[in-house]
Design a protein around this ligand. Structure first.
Ligand SMILES: [Fe+2]
Length: 222
């Protein structure tokens, strides 16, 4: 059995950082052997962009021990952050410079935004991230500070998937954003209520496992 969480103190720090800054990063969360096993398990052609979605039962019944042990530890992290967080989906996602983002027609993931439906996402990188490979970029602001704004926006436009800096109520001009860089194996946990954006890939590709969690108390319905 693999144990990806070094100790309990690490998990408690995760809780504090995600609550106060919307984001937590742990380098070398997975080692090279784990990454190779996961890549072999998912068996997608390296260069083809796309998403494969997994439900809870797919993960629990998977033949990859690394994946099921990883899921167990991600569950622990999420419950530490907020005991109401529940697993929503897992994406195995390959993105290249040619990928067209599914939401691009409605909203650009490349502009600072908050997601109108609130998630806590755990991204496990299977490729290195540098400035050319389109790093995830965030602003280290308290996600709860944006909850009222998110609700107002949703009431106005329930169909909005993301709410962006080019809309008048959402001013990010004075906000500092910094890209999250690291080697493959890195874990990034973030609350989508903290302003963030996706980086554009200049060359190469990005492969991540993205575990999405949400809480019933945050789900907005019209
Ligand atoms: Fe987003």
């Amino acid at each position: 059995m693999h144990n990806f969480l070094e100790n309990k103190r690490e998990a408690e720090m995760t809780l504090q950082e995600v609550k106060s800054t919307g984001c937590y990063v742990q380098h070398q969360f997975l080692d090279e052997g784990h990454i190779d096993e996961l890549k072999k398990f998912f068996q997608l052609p390296e260069s083809r962009p796309g998403v494969v979605e997994f439900k809870k039962a797919d993960i629990e019944n998977s033949e990859s021990e690394v994946l099921s042990d990883l899921f167990r530890d991600i569950e622990k992290i999420m419950k530490q952050i907020d005991k109401h967080l529940e697993f929503h989906k897992l994406w195995f996602q390959t993105t290249t410079s040619n990928s067209i983002h599914a939401f691009e027609a409605k909203a650009s993931p490349f502009l600072p935004h908050i997601d109108t439906q609130r998630y806590t996402k755990a991204m496990v990188y299977l490729t290195d991230v540098n400035l050319e490979s389109g790093p995830f970029t965030t602003s280290k602001q308290n996600p709860n500070d944006f909850e009222e704004l998110r609700k107002q926006i949703f009431m106005k436009d329930p169909a909005a998937l993301e709410y962006q800096s080019n809309q008048p109520e959402f001013d990010t001009s004075a906000v500092d954003f910094s890209p999250i860089l690291g080697k493959r194996g890195m874990l990034v946990v973030f609350d989508t209520n903290t302003p963030h954006f996706a980086g554009k890939i200049e060359e190469g590709l990005r492969q991540i496992l993205r575990f999405d969690y949400w809480s019933k108390k945050h789900i907005l319905k019209n």
